[in-house]
Design a binder for this molecule. Structure first.
Ligand code: GSH
Length: 219
């Protein structure tokens, strides 16, 4: 039986899961879940996820939400290539660190920047943008210190899939000029080539995200 992924294309956490699934090589059955028509607030959805967020998966009756937990679960259950999430405690800790940095700092600061524009129709706040830029600067320094070529070191890992979902969203709305950050910029180009079917998996969602933000900004 297929694994259902409840998915809203503009959502970066949803795209993080589908990009990671491509790396892992696990097939997901996309269940389009439109937040605009409140598909995530139905009693059926709330039974799976009381927090009513996408992404959510249903793996034959096993329900899981929180994108990074889903990514780790998919690897732990279906992954074959250990380099994506190494068994060595310290190597794995660096992947975890980058997944946490993405969720708790980079993506968190970016959502604080764009969400009020979408949901409240208020203008972009330049102070919040500064916090996003600072997070990208942190990422730049991490990549430089690690010597790359990927976020956790020499091979692509689950962290790259999550980080590229955030960075590509930041790039899509032109929030930050990534060309100012040499290491981030090179990492971004490298990951686009390394993730199977990157454009097919991320491209449509990025376009939808851009449109959603543009609509909010023109209110
Ligand atoms: N920390 C969660 C965040 C998920 C999240 O905020 N998803 C948004 C879309 S990007 C959502 O489902 N919003 C609808 C809601 O909260 O009701 C994750 O990484 O999965």
């Amino acid at each position: 039986m297929p694994i259902d992924l409840y998915f809203f294309p503009p959502s970066a956490p949803c795209r993080a899961v589908s990009l990671a699934a491509k790396l892992i090589g696990v097939e997901l059955n996309i269940k389009n879940t439109n937040l605009n028509t409140k598909d995530h607030l139905t009693p059926e959805f709330l039974k799976m996820n009381p927090q009513h967020t996408v992404p959510t998966i249903n793996d034959n009756g096993f329900f899981l939400f929180e994108s990074r937990a889903i990514i780790m679960y998919l690897f732990n259950k279906y992954g074959k290539d250990d380099s994506l999430y190494p068994k060595d405690a310290q190597k794995r800790a660096i992947v975890d660190q980058m997944l946490c940095f993405d969720m708790g700092t980079l993506f968190q600061r970016f959502t604080a920047y764009y969400r009020p524009v979408i949901y409240e129709g208020v203008p972009f706040d330049p102070e919040k943008l500064k916090k996003v830029e600072e997070a990208i600067e942190f990422f730049e320094k991490m990549l430089e210190a690690r010597g790359g070529p990927f976020a956790a070191g020499s091979t692509i890992t689950l962290a790259d899939a999550a980080l590229i979902a955030s960075i590509s969203s930041i790039d899509a709305i032109g929030a930050v000029d990534l060309s100012k950050y040499q290491h981030v910029n090179n990492w971004f180009s490298r990951c686009k080539l390394a993730i199977p079917d990157y454009e097919g998996v991320n491209g449509g969602g990025i376009a939808a995200f851009k449109q959603r933000v543009r609509r909010g900004a023109s209110k």
